[in-house]
Every structure is written in structure tokens, then in C-alpha cells.
Design a protein around this ligand. Structure first.
Ligand code: HEC
Ligand code: HEC
Length: 339
């Protein structure tokens, strides 16, 4: 009997053990796998998150790297254009040790005395608040962000011919410079030329807005020379005589004048043999622009020294392009009397 009881108890016990083990295994497995699943899920999610973060980071670094290297290129292109165009000249009061582009340089004209304004990126006194569109509009149209017209002493009549890309690169360079908090000096203009509204009429008569069109029949060199001479370096602003309203006399483009800026005589640089530079070689023109030296061994003086300070920075191919373009201009007979 004891045996029977024993074996029954044994069997029940074994059964119990089995059930318990199975239950335990299942429970264990369940717990185990649930934790594992949760762990795996969390891990996966964080790996996914990490991966996305890493990717975003990579993208950002690549992108900002790309942007900053692109911007660096714009700035250095802008610097080349800035030096060539001589923006610093009229916007820096070098005589009184003024800071770069902080304005205050006096510019005497038959219409009165103008002062180059502060064009540093200062937000109060300079152009620090200007967007790209404002900057393009100023150079292309001669109109301020507030919508008023600029006096044409600011040579936007030439700058209008620049490409958007060059104008924006100029801006990129100017905005990389130090902002300087210096207020502008008001212009001292003779009656009735001080009225900005009158500039509107002046522009209607004398100002043609728009980028210089490339000439398809000419070489790249010639077109580059035309662009540099007409748009960026605005040689005609001094070498082309002006009418009584200060507008360029287009029938005498580059033919010189005895009434240039500051009352200087400005020579005829058309290829006229007698009154212009028709007997100069292209190298002689390049030497004037690069070193400031004339074919007779003398150095250029007056307002041209500022120009040669700028053109000295141009590449040889740009200098040759200018010389080539000048030699292709119509020869105009115009004897400029030197005062
Ligand atoms: C021959 C002198 C001269 C040169 C060269 C010149 N500027 Fe100016 N600029 C002026 C004068 C003067 C004014 C002010 C015009 C006015 O008050 O109507 C002016 C105005 C400006 C303004 C508007 C500033 C403001 O506060 O509204 C900007 C921007 C400017 N110039 C940028 C340039 C850049 C860029 C260059 C070179 C590509 C340049 N300038 C070359 C004389 C010059
Ligand atoms: C700010 C006014 C001004 C601008 C802009 C200007 N010039 Fe002149 N240029 C002069 C004056 C003034 C002289 C005479 C210098 C002298 O008396 O020695 C001169 C002289 C010259 C001469 C010597 C001519 C001769 O017969 O002796 C050449 C060549 C010349 N300029 C070319 C250029 C070219 C090319 C540009 C454009 C890149 C240019 N100039 C822009 C004012 C200017």
C-alpha cells in the first residue's frame, strides 16, 4: 500500500515537476524573449536614431563645408572685383586716415561736393541690414532700399552693366569686412541738383539699365575686355566727356576731356593716331595699367594713379583684354588741351 501511495505521490510529484519546469521554461522564455525584444527594440530604435543623427550630422558638416568653401570662393572673387572696380577709393577717406569703406571721402564735381557714404556691414551706419536684392538694386538701378535715387557720382551708370553674380560676390566680400559705426557726411550740392527727385528725370534721359550684352562675333578676350572697361572699371566715367548735366557724351566715348574729375585733364584713349593712343602697342597700354608707366618713361599722375593702384592687381590676361578692347574702339579725333 505504501508502495502504491509512494508511487502515486512520486508520479504526482514528477508530473508536478514536469509541469513546473515546463511552466518555468515557458515563463522564462516569455520573460526572456520579452525583455530581449524590448531591449532589441530600444536598441534598434536608438541605432536608427543614432544613424539618422549621424547622417544628419554628416550632411550638415558636408553641407556647411560645401557652403563655406563656396562662400570663400565668392568672397575671393568679390575681392578681385572690388579691387578692380576701386570701390574703396570713393568710400574711404584715405586723406584723413579713415577706415576702409567707412565713407567720408569728398568728391568734387561741377554740381557740388559729394561724400562717399559708409558701405561697411555696420547695421546702423553702413549697409549691414541690406539683403541681396537691396544690393543688386543699388548697383543695377541706382535706387536705395527706401526707393530714392542715387546721384550718378556713384557710377551705377557703369555698374548696371555687371552680372548679378559679380554684384553678389562684391557684396559677399564687403560683408566679410569689419563693420564700422561712422555716420555719413551730408552732401553739399548746388541748387537745384540736390533734389533727388530730379535724378529720376536725369535717369530717364541718360541712364540705360542692364547687363552688358556679350557680342557673339567677338572673341572671349574682347568680350572680357569690354566688360572690364565698360562695367567694372568704368574708364569712361573719366575718359568720356560729359554734357552740362553730367551725362556721358556717347559720340565721344573715351575721347578725353579737359574738364575731368577735380578739374583734371583726361587724355583721349581712343585709337586715334594723332590725338589718342593709336600708335601705342597693347603692351604699352598694359604697362600703364600695371605699373603706371607711360611709353616715354614718365608716370601717370592725377586721378589715374588711383586707377593704376587698382588695375595693378588685375591678372595679365585681364589687362591684355582691356588693351585689346581699347584698340578696337572707333578712333575719335579730339585734342585734349592740358591745363
Ligand atoms: C567715383 C566714386 C565712387 C565709386 C568708384 C564707387 N562709389 Fe559707391 N557711391 C559713391 C557715392 C558718392 C555714393 C552716394 C550716392 C548718393 O548719395 O546718391 C555711393 C553710394 C553707394 C552705395 C549706397 C550706399 C547707401 O548708404 O545708400 C553703395 C552700396 C555703393 N556706393 C557701393 C559701391 C560699390 C560696391 C562700388 C564698387 C563696385 C562703388 N560703390 C564704387 C561713390 C562711388
Ligand atoms: C578717375 C578718373 C579716371 C578713370 C576712372 C580712368 N582714368 Fe585713365 N587717366 C585719367 C587721367 C586724369 C589721366 C591723365 C594722367 C596724367 O595726367 O598723367 C589718365 C591717363 C590714362 C592713360 C594715359 C594716356 C596718355 O595719353 O597719357 C591711359 C592709357 C588711361 N588713362 C587708360 C585708362 C583705362 C584703360 C581706364 C579704365 C581701366 C582708365 N584710364 C580709367 C583719369 C582716369
Amino acid at each position: 500500500m505504501a508502495h502504491v501511495i509512494n508511487s502515486t505521490a512520486d508520479r504526482s510529484y514528477k508530473k508536478f515537476k514536469l509541469t513546473y519546469k515546463a511552466l518555468h521554461r515557458r515563463l522564462n522564455f516569455f520573460q526572456h524573449s520579452a525583455i530581449k525584444k524590448r531591449l532589441r527594440d530600444t536598441l534598434c530604435r536608438s541605432v536608427y536614431l543614432l544613424k539618422s543623427l549621424l547622417l544628419a550630422l554628416l550632411f550638415l558638416t558636408y553641407h556647411s563645408d560645401y557652403a563655406s568653401s563656396g562662400q570663400k570662393e565668392n568672397i575671393s572673387r568679390g575681392q578681385y572685383l572690388f579691387n578692380a572696380a576701386g570701390c574703396a577709393g570713393c568710400h574711404t577717406d584715405v586723406k584723413n586716415k579713415g577706415r576702409l569703406l567707412a565713407g567720408g571721402r569728398a568728391l568734387d564735381t561741377p554740381f557740388g561736393r559729394y561724400f562717399g557714404p559708409n558701405i561697411t556691414p555696420d547695421k546702423t551706419y553702413g549697409i549691414g541690414r541690406w539683403g541681396k536684392k537691396d544690393f543688386i538694386r543699388a548697383l543695377r538701378k541706382g535706387v536705395s532700399p527706401e526707393g530714392s535715387h542715387y546721384f550718378p557720382v556713384f557710377p551705377y551708370t557703369s555698374f548696371t552693366k555687371m552680372t548679378d553674380r559679380d554684384i553678389l560676390d562684391l557684396r559677399a566680400y564687403i560683408f566679410s569686412l569689419e563693420p564700422i559705426a561712422k555716420p555719413n557726411i551730408p552732401h553739399q550740392i548746388n541748387f537745384p541738383f540736390m533734389f533727388r527727385k530730379l535724378i529720376h528725370i536725369w535717369k530717364f534721359l541718360f541712364f540705360d539699365e542692364g547687363t552688358l550684352k556679350l557680342k557673339s562675333g567677338e572673341t572671349d578676350d574682347w568680350n572680357r575686355g569690354a566688360y572690364l572697361t565698360e562695367a567694372l572699371l568704368h574708364c569712361g566715367e573719366c575718359h568720356t566727356p560729359r554734357n552740362f548735366l553730367g551725362a556721358a557724351n556717347r559720340s565721344k566715348t573715351m575721347a578725353g576731356t579737359s574738364e575731368g574729375p577735380n578739374g583734371d585733364s583726361v587724355p583721349n584713349i581712343t585709337p586715334d593716331l594723332k590725338t589718342g593712343i593709336g600708335n601705342w602697342s597693347q603692351k604699352e597700354v598694359v604697362d600703364v595699367l600695371k605699373i603706371g608707366i607711360l611709353p616715354d618713361g614718365d608716370f601717370v599722375g592725377g586721378a589715374m594713379t588711383e586707377v593704376t593702384d587698382n588695375t595693378a592687381n588685375l591678372t595679365d590676361s585681364d589687362l591684355h583684354a582691356i588693351a585689346k578692347y581699347l584698340s578696337s574702339l572707333p578712333a575719335i579725333k579730339n585734342k585734349v588741351t592740358v591745363k
